[in-house]
Design a protein around this ligand. Sequence first.
Ligand code: FAD
Ligand code: SF4
Length: 517
Amino acid sequence: MTDQPTPAPGAEGPDAAQSGTTFTPAFDHPVSPKERMTIDRSHMPEQDALLRAANFREVNLGYSQQLAMLEAERCLQCKNPVCIEGCPVRVNIPLFIERLRVGDMDGAAASLLDDNALPCVTGRVCPQEIQCEGRCVRAKKGSSVAIGSLERYVADWAMAHPDRSKADAPTSSGRSVAVVGSGPAGLTAAGELVKKGHDVTVFEAFHAAGGVLIYGIPEFRLPKDIVQQEVDRLVASGVKIETNAIVGRTYTLRELRDRFDAVFLAVGAGLPVFMNVPGENFKGVYSANEYLTRVNLMGAWNPESDTPVLKGHRVVVVGGGNVAIDSVRTAKRLGAEEATIVYRRGKAELPARAEEVHHAEQEGIRFELQVAPLEVLADENRWVTGLRCIRMELGEPDASGRRRPIPIEGSEFVIDCEMVVVAIGTRSNPLLTASEPDLALNQAGYIVTDEHGMSSLPGVFAGGDIVRGAATVILAMGDGKRAAASVDAWLRGEYPPVDEPRVPARTTAPIAARSEA
Ligand code: FAD
Ligand code: SF4
């Protein structure tokens, strides 16, 4: 550890996200750039690995005020802040960090919320290491500024002090917009459109709003009351939400187009892909989607609930993305003595966030890498007893840029287990898209849009996973933000928009299922 400048005593204190304490800079003297470079990155406090592997409470505990103020000092306030380039919604990172550094919490919160509709969420689940933090100049000489942890700190503070960041109600435009789907794309678009004075109603198929944030990502990574508070903030700003409303069943898209002046489709890509191996119908095989949704949204962890999930002593999860890691860590918390990931490539190729893999390892998750499933085995009553697998070696990179797994002849073996969770990807759900023949789709069933987010139907826009296929929360939010600008321009008769938020282009239309394999 390098010698660090000594923080001013006044900088210590309770977690400011919980309290309204006075904020003072971490140092009581001007800090020179050289001195700044000697400050080590503040580590995020976390629950002990052994304890947390048996509970659903959040793993990361959040910075204290002292850690946040110290970390804010590490930002060099670069003239060319390349960190912003790495953020899909272009959060003005140095601005909110500088406001935090000088103790202007209202200013920090206002700036962050202006750029990002769901900062409590993105501060927790964004893959910062490949986005803003991956670009931060400090990464080249040690470790990047902990931008995600600071974002979470300021966002949690804003959440705990709602009266301090209230915006004035906009003048009504007299126009209305239907948003279909309440995941990050839909919620972001709804929040932006309400700010512009439009009357917005979100239609959500489930009984709760939030999309994957509420039914996919588990409590120990993203507490549900945080998502609910973000949803409540949007509702307080004027967004209306109608749950249990399946567009394509409860209402047709045609009906929405007749009732509203514009429509934004953000229905995600939640249809599970299966392994296509013998035995997949045996009792004890789940899709990760079903498993996580039932645990997160339907209380299925509770054996007294209407539809409890099985609690295997030995659980195998097939896949290597965030969904697979979330599933295996959930199984561990539900009491699995052996919880194993089976992934056909190596550790370097795991698509999950690095932090999640690290946390899973700490919690005792077993990784069977370079292994592929061949067959699910079962007893005479069709209950799962094992997964027959084969070992793989890695060849040349394939179309995805990752090294191609090749089976090693004669290396078959069996992993004994009572449960198999399949987390190898998802694809677009045809429920809505199939109900509207004039809505143009690509070969894989994803909605095709123009560069501003408008579909083949005039006034109907789309974004998030239903357009991109494989994506992240922040990219879905970026699409929502851009769609809001396009919808607004459309409603004002000025389409296409001239001043559009910059969001990374969609990788041309997805032609395969989202791959976690
Ligand atoms: P979704 O979040 O899927 O929301 C779509 C919503 O539309 C859902 O609520 C759905 O019920 C609703 N809907 C669908 N059809 C209809 C209909 N016909 N009528 C009405 N409503 C409908 N990304 C990250 O950045 N970091 C992570 O750590 C991360 N972890 C993940 C973990 C899991 C388990 C999963 C599944 C995904 C994870 N992702 C992560 C990916 C990320 O969550 C998605 O990319 C993102 O949520 C997509 O947002 P969306 O708004 O397009 O769709
Ligand atoms: Fe601060 Fe890093 Fe961004 Fe520079 S690149 S402004 S050091 S966060």
